[in-house]
Design a protein around this ligand. Structure first.
Ligand code: SAJ
Length: 422
């Protein structure tokens, strides 16, 4: 069988590699010529995909990439793994799903299976994707098959990869579900869990990520309250973790980053309005998470004021722009919002991140620096991403003021009195 994967990003490329490794001939589709070129050169641009595997598969002709959707006529099934961002009004932007579905519809043929993987609100598969495909005159469940199967890629997770993470599958008809379950069963090692409709599969994915969004919001609210009460929230969480059942630790931080957790719950908020329901819990958690960058900068200002310094005119060194540790992705990173608040208050900001050489933000290019060459000049050092590779002992020793928003310095032995935590 020949498999197509539309969208060669964080989700699509690892998926294409796994399917090729399972022995399928895979054609990767992307609208960005740069991505297509890199795949065809066997050059991997996603941290979690291993270079050798990719170049091996390309050499064997098991994996090729193209911008030409006419090759859809050669594939037996196609997975859509395109971005589902929010627009500037925090409204879902399903244009990538619509455009890629239209591209597929042009070459839709009898017997093909289409699976949507992108995280989206319940109803997308049957209300948006299916109508576009049926405009061809082909009937879903008879002439072609359609299912939703959420991606579960956890960037930087060494234990659970695309191959060994359980997969949920929900088809428009039973045949659709069976076909999709068979396809994934042949490719992946993890359990394939069948549900009764695409809506169930779409909603369970939203539940997974909203669960994280809400609980991180709770951890952040606890951090704000503990700061006011003079209690160490990190110690509180470690103590709560001793409960062997019914508790799951989440940690406060400078805010919520990434391309999933901050966005996905608002897909549900949007859809809920159609049913006259206001997802108050989701929106309140979002407000708390969105407040954290400002909370961090307020605390930094207080720490400087204790040394009779103003934030205005101070040199601030931020450690980490990636949205979480040990990865190079800075999309929606809370550090970007911390930079905004610092610069608004007149601080001069310098950023170190061993995984990110430079980054674009507010139309500006920031080159990251090496913290060691700058720490002596910095009026305050703020740890915004707890990368494992940092020498925290040395950072605490050298920092004039050290503000740790990730409890990254928990194992530092000396100079502990210098550490201020979120
Ligand atoms: N964060 C906290 N406190 C926590 C956990 C996370 O502040 O206790 C922050 C992180 O620093 C980061 C943001 O939340 O800025 C999101 O981190 P994340 O690991 O929850 O989410 P992603 O976007 O890296 O990947 C998640 C997957 N991660 C986990 O489940 C651990 C998973 O939810 C999805 O497979 C994936 O999103 C997706 O693509 O939906």
């Amino acid at each position: 069988a020949v498999i197509g994967v539309v969208g060669l990003g964080y989700v699509g490329l690892p998926l294409a590699v796994e399917k090729a490794k399972a022995g399928y001939k895979v054609i990767g589709f992307d609208v960005q010529d740069s991505k297509v070129k890199m795949v065809n050169q066997g050059h991997n641009y996603i941290g979690d995909v291993v270079d050798e595997e990719l170049s091996e598969l390309v050499k064997k002709g098991l994996l090729t990439a193209t911008t030409d959707f006419s090759f859809i006529k050669d594939v037996d099934c196609v997975a859509i793994a395109v971005p589902t961002p929010l627009d500037k009004f925090k409204q879902p932007d399903v244009s990538y799903i619509v455009n890629s579905t239209r591209d597929i519809a042009k070459y839709l043929h009898k017997g093909i299976l289409v699976v949507l993987e992108s995280t989206t609100y319940p109803g997308t598969t049957e209300e948006i994707v299916m109508p576009i495909l049926e405009e061809t005159g082909l009937k879903c469940g008879e002439d072609f098959y359609l299912a939703f199967s959420p991606e579960r890629v956890d960037p930087g997770n060494k234990q659970f990869k695309t191959k060994n993470t359980p997969k949920v599958v929900g088809g428009v008809t039973e045949d659709c579900t069976e076909l999709a379950a068979t396809l994934y069963g042949n490719v992946l090692e993890g359990e394939i869990f069948k549900v009764s409709s695409p809506k169930v599969a779409e909603m369970e994915k939203i539940l997974e990520n909203t669960f994280r969004h809400i609980n991180i919001g709770l951890a952040n609210e606890m951090a704000i309250l503990c700061k006011k009460m003079g209690i160490d929230v990190w110690e509180v969480i470690e103590a709560a973790k001793t409960k062997p059942y019914g508790f799951m630790a989440f940690y406060p931080g400078p805010g919520l980053g990434g391309h999933c957790i901050p966005l996905d719950p608002f897909y549900l908020t949007y859809k809920a309005r159609e049913f006259d329901y206001h997802t108050r819990l989701i929106e309140t958690a979002g407000e708390i998470n969105d407040f954290m960058p400002e909370f961090v900068v307020d605390n930094a200002m207080k720490l400087l004021n204790k040394e009779k310094k103003a934030l205005n005119g101070s040199k601030v060194l931020l450690l980490g722009v990636a949205y979480k540790k040990d990865i190079d992705d800075y999309r929606e990173s809370p550090t970007l919002k911390v930079i905004d608040h610092l610069e608004k208050n007149g601080a001069e900001v310098f950023v170190d991140d061993p995984y990110v050489a430079h980054f674009k933000h507010n139309g500006k290019i920031y080159e990251t620096i090496n913290w060691e060459s700058f720490i002596d000049e910095a009026d305050i050092v703020i740890i915004t991403t707890d990368h494992s590779c940092y020498d925290y002992e040395k950072i605490v020793e050298k920092a004039k003021i050290l503000y740790d928003t990730r409890n990254a310095t928990k194992n530092v032995i000396n100079n502990r009195e210098k550490i201020y935590k979120l």
